[in-house]
Design a protein around this ligand. Sequence first.
Ligand code: MG
Length: 256
Amino acid sequence: MRIARFTTGDSPRYGILEDGSTDIVVLKGDPLFMPVNATGERVDLDSVRLLSPVIPRSKVVGVGRNYAAHAAEMGNEVPELPLLFLKPNTAVTGPDDPIVVPDYADEVEHEAELAVVVSRMAKNVPADKAADYVLGYTVANDVTARAAQRADVTWTRGKAFDTSCPTGPFLSVGLDVSDLAVRAWVDGELRQDGRTSQMVHTVPELLAYASTIFTLLPGDIILTGTPAGVGPVRPGQRVEVEVEGIGRFGNNVVKR
Ligand code: MG
């Protein structure tokens, strides 16, 4: 089952998209915070504008160098413990929203990633219980201002700017994410083509580790790292990202 957050011109609404259907079953309220309850209305997927499936109340947790081939292409070792960073919720944007390159960044790079959406408060959760805290999965682009990331000790300028976390197109519930394709395209050319089975630290390990540092709240997003093949996407170009079984979406890159 996939959940869509969408607009038809008014306030965002939520709906369920059953496998193989192009009809969105509209829900009452936000399924993150209330029981799933249909309004009786259906809308055609083609008639709506999809939005980011979730806007975190507090944070997006990122993880660096979680695919060995990507760490190697950047000239880095794989860290023994997950290398975590934060993006604020203002970084999150949706399908077809522009990625706005900050003035200080000459270019940005794409990073296609599987993203985990947290279902309930999590603190000091053991890895073997982590699945109980996962609402579902979506697709994210961990857009990175690479030169700023290299220049600074922290990754805040490089990773946390507004629009640096396009997310979509759906929230997939009940998906087995142990071996899914993760891909990115720039102007239709395939740039990244990895698999989630290549992660160094698994989804349960990442959630458990993050929860030893801070409390995860409902709607928080955990990024899981990017496979090899990252590279620049320039103003005027379009970048698309996909995780098998969830969906594919794109964003145009613009200069502020
Ligand atoms: Mg990343």
